[in-house]
Design a binder for this molecule. Structure first.
Ligand code: NAD
Length: 350
């Protein structure tokens, strides 16, 4: 189990230190190697995704990333910005499947803007296709036509692109409650009619998973009306972009949300959904749980170690039940802890 560890910038190194401690406590045989990405790499070499990092990331089975970016690098030319490093590694590793769970632990139900009874205990997973769709379609542009400006983009998917993201979603549903909802707009868009057809064709290969379909406008509505009806949702790049942000905000706590981006062989890049939080970097107050939960996703999806993944997730649940909170999820009556103390609490719960 070869893991490339990229702490990155801002709070990255602080939260990564805790995730690494948790991994090391599991008594599994990991090979952990650290490298630079983002602003830290720009400072060292002028390149946000340097060759040494590329080599390590390619050779590893999984990459665990903190976060990149910060005001220090915002005025650099675009190709030297830390975010370029992130786009670079995602592209280089061919990561086409983005998995974003939205979990709201009952203890944190007050963090959501929705009523606690609607969201308490929420546990859904959005699988978003990441490399196709209207975001990458050609032709695209803004042109002058018939005396006015004309903007256009092209939505497209091949059936093999749909099939490979479909397989990731069916497999993910298998590891959860075995219900998959495919989201499209087949009543208006031919591309998504094909999406629905291919998903339906795949279903017989996964007889243990119950497949349903929903139009994207209804899905957006259902996510705020009754989000707990969903287990796994799979959708294209643009709909997924919007729905995964909507789903994550149901939880109201950005410091808690992990994510995974996978290639066709379940090699993955695992990272918290939040950024580098420069406003609190270096203060020892950042919430390390999203990164720790990203490590759990890595064990589940790349290494097929459901047992170890659940151990970490159970430890996080226990710590929340014990009342430990970092500043971002703090409520009166809870025990306020810093990054390292939160890591200590997770280790103790493990
Ligand atoms: P952010 O997620 O870094 O921060 C938003 C707010 O949430 C801040 O108030 C921050 O303090 C808080 N926050 C975030 N993570 C937290 C944690 N673990 N614990 C406690 N509080 C936390 O988003 P932003 O402020 O828009 O961006 C800051 C920098 O991060 C920018 O340079 C941006 O480009 C970069 N960024 C990187 C990634 C990534 O690496 N994947 C993603 C988003 C933003």
């Amino acid at each position: 189990m070869k893991i490339c560890v990229l702490p990155g910038d801002g709070i990255g190194p602080e939260i990564m230190a805790e995730a690494v401690r948790v991994l090391q406590a599991l008594d599994l045989k990991f090979e952990l190697e650290e490298a630079l990405l983002g602003g830290a790499a720009v400072d060292a070499s002028g390149d946000p995704y340097p060759e040494a990092t590329r080599k390590l990331a390619r050779a590893a089975d999984a990459v665990l990333l903190g976060a990149v970016g910060g005001p220090k690098w915002d005025s650099l030319p675009r190709e030297q910005r830390p975010e370029r490093g992130l786009l670079g590694i995602r592209k280089d590793l061919g990561l086409f499947a983005n998995l974003r769970p939205a979990i709201l632990y009952p203890e944190l139900a007050n963090a959501s803007t929705l009523k606690p009874e609607i969201v308490a205990g929420l546990d859904i997973l959005i699988v978003r296709e990441l490399t196709g769709d209207i975001y990458f379609g050609q032709p695209r542009g803004i042109e002058n036509r018939n005396g006015e400006r004309y903007g256009f983009n092209t939505m497209h998917y091949t059936e093999s692109e749909i099939r490979r993201i479909g397989r990731v979603a069916f497999e993910a549903a298998r590891k959860r409650n075995k219900r998959l909802c495919s989201v499209d707009k087949m009543n208006v868009l031919e591309t998504t009619q094909l999406w629905r057809d291919v998903m339906t064709e795949l279903a017989p290969e996964y007889p243990d998973v119950e497949l349903s379909h929903m139009l994207v406008d209804n899905a957006a509505m259902q996510l705020v009306r009754a989000p707990k009806q969903f287990d796994v949702m799979v959708t294209g790049n643009m709909f997924g972009d919007i729905l995964s942000d909507e789903a994550s905000m149901l939880t109201g706590s950005i410091g808690m949300l992990p994510s995974a981006s996978l290639d066709a062989n379940n090699k993955g890049l695992y990272e918290p959904s939040h950024g580098s939080a420069p406003d609190i970097a270096g203060k020892g107050v950042a919430n390390p749980l999203a990164t720790i939960l990203s490590a759990a996703m890595m064990l589940r999806y790349t290494f097929n170690r459901e047992d170890a993944a659940s151990r970490i997730e159970d430890a996080v649940k226990k710590v929340l039940a014990q009342g430990y909170r970092t500043g971002d999820i703090f409520e009166p009556g809870a025990t306020k802890v810093g990054t390292k103390q939160m890591g200590d609490a997770v280790l103790a719960a493990l």
